[in-house]
Design a protein around this ligand. Structure first.
Ligand SMILES: *Cc1c(COP(=O)(O)O)cnc(C)c1O
Length: 400
């Protein structure tokens, strides 16, 4: 089979819910991936920041294999010897008090919506079925029915209604809008510290600090969706640290397993997760020993191997190199750490073409919306590898 055969199988037999670049990958190591023809690429997407630790990290891989040979799934009907230790390590790492493990990011979001609603009814005395959760325009929190119901992206919703009520959408980065939107029935504010899928949109400085104090003043649970920004991506363990604040609930996923296994978690430092009683919520695979063991090692290597500091240093370097490209093609380079967006001018006809060109030169990245290219390589990237990438990116983005 060659590249064309693999693509044909996917096209004929799969649902067309993605439009991938036509590269068929079969191997990965660190920042590098190889296609079925043996061609090497530098991965500048990192599976939407799920492989922050680099592809097939040897220590996570060893844990995965060892745990797979020991015990993989018990269900939560019984306890297992990995879960409590994951809780302990996550709480210590993120200064949280309680953890609820799930599988995907969207499930963590669904979980927190249930939790803040019940918290509102039991602690704030909100009348039944009246709880409101405030979210932001251009949010991305996943693809389940409840979540897409409060998306402001036409395509995410179109054709999929009816949707769940109880959500109120306000502009991102506007603390006054939050203050105005809060009612007696507001239970939570769900927001990304930096909007990733929307195109690496940073809020005005001071926004999160203001949001923190508004939520405290009005007894509203502040939920930060750090599924993409968390676990080192922005040069801090959690993006909230840039503003010196602490959310009441933090959602992590993606890099929580370093790309080996779907695992997400709701981390809570208030009484929010305390509302769940036996039977209120669950997941067959959530908190399974394989996922827990993998997550423990994935978090450990982030710290032990200095990946977070590297993300900060290499992020600054990569951004400065991208900003140095003199070209009418580029409208703006922005980001934090290794979460970088390059917005192209509207006149150049979309980012897709540029991603395809970069692919032929050995750089894998993906457009988000029409005009933005996201550069989010694994956090283990070195200066030499960025230089290697820039030799290929600069000519493509300067149109030569
Ligand atoms: C990817 C992502 C999600 C959804 O995670 P899935 O694992 O794809 O369900 C939620 N929120 C943010 C900010 C994300 O980037």
């Amino acid at each position: 089979m060659d590249t064309r055969d693999y693509i044909r199988l996917e096209e004929e037999l799969g649902a067309h819910n993605y439009k991938p670049l036509d590269v068929v990958l079969s191997r990965g190591e660190g920042v590098w991936v190889w296609d079925v023809e043996g061609k090497k690429y530098l991965d500048c997407l990192s599976a939407y920041s799920a492989v922050n630790q680099g592809h097939c990290h040897p220590k996570i891989q060893r844990t995965m294999i060892e745990q797979a040979q020991t015990l993989t799934l018990t269900s939560r009907a019984f306890r297992n010897d990995q879960l409590g230790r994951l809780y302990q390590e996550l709480c210590e790492l993120t200064n949280s008090h309680k953890v609820l493990p799930m599988n995907s990011g969207a499930e963590a979001v669904e979980t927190v919506i249930k939790a803040v609603r019940k918290w509102g009814y039991t602690t704030k005395g909100i009348p039944p079925d009246q709880a409101e959760v405030i979210v932001c325009e251009n949010n991305f929190h996943g693809r389940t029915i409840a979540i897409i119901g409060f998306s402001s992206e036409f395509q995410y919703r179109e054709g999929f209604g009816p949707f769940a009520p109880g959500f109120n959408v306000i502009p991102f980065g506007d603390a006054t809008a939050l203050k105005r939107a809060i009612t007696a029935n507001t239970v939570g504010f769900l927001v990304e510290p930096i909007q990733g899928e929307a195109g690496v949109i940073l809020p005005p400085s001071g926004y999160l600090t203001e949001v923190r104090s508004i939520c405290t003043d009005h007894n509203v649970v502040l939920v930060l969706d750090e599924i993409q920004t968390g676990l080192g991506r922005t040069g801090k363990l959690l993006a909230e640290e840039h503003d010196g604040i602490e959310a009441d609930v933090t959602l992590v996923g993606k890099a929580l397993s370093g790309g080996f296994y779907p695992i997400s978690a709701v981390l809570s430092n208030s009484e929010v997760l305390g509302v769940f009683m036996p039977g209120d919520h669950g997941s067959t695979f959530g908190g399974n020993p394989l996922a827990c063991a993998v997550a423990r090692t994935a978090c450990r290597v982030l710290i032990e191997e200095g990946m977070i500091e590297n993300a900060e240093a290499m992020g600054d370097y990569f951004q400065s190199q991208l900003k140095a490209i003199r070209s009418d093609t580029i409208k703006e380079v922005r980001g934090k750490g290794l979460m970088i967006g390059v917005e192209l001018s509207a006149e150049v006809g979309g980012a897709r073409r540029y991603c395809e060109k970069l692919m032929t030169r050995g750089i894998l990245c993906k457009e988000t919306h029409d005009h933005i290219i996201r550069f989010t390589p694994p956090l283990v990237i070195t200066k030499d590898q960025i230089d290697w990438a820039m030799e290929r990116i600069a000519p493509v983005l300067s149109g030569s």
